[in-house]
Ligand binder design. Structure first.
Ligand SMILES: [Zn+2]
Length: 68
């Protein structure tokens, strides 16, 4: 007997939208992560803000540009 993957039953949560941009070629990767959601939530509570949007902008040098 096989078990179905539980991923499709995962509850929808407010993930943080992350954007990673290479400073050399401007290539951008976008992804979502809910690892930071808890951090943002705690900061929001402490500062008394109601969080409307969660974004994280990252910059760096991609592996291809590092080899040049
Ligand atoms: Zn690059």
């Amino acid at each position: 007997m096989s078990l179905s993957t539980p991923s499709q039953f995962a509850p929808v949560r407010s993930a943080v939208h992350c954007r990673l941009t290479c400073v050399c070629c401007s290539r951008t990767y976008e992804f979502s992560s809910d690892l930071i959601t808890d951090l943002s939530r705690h900061q929001t509570v402490l500062q008394g803000y109601q969080l409307l949007e969660q974004q994280l902008r990252l910059s760096g040098i991609c592996p291809e540009c590092q080899t040049d």
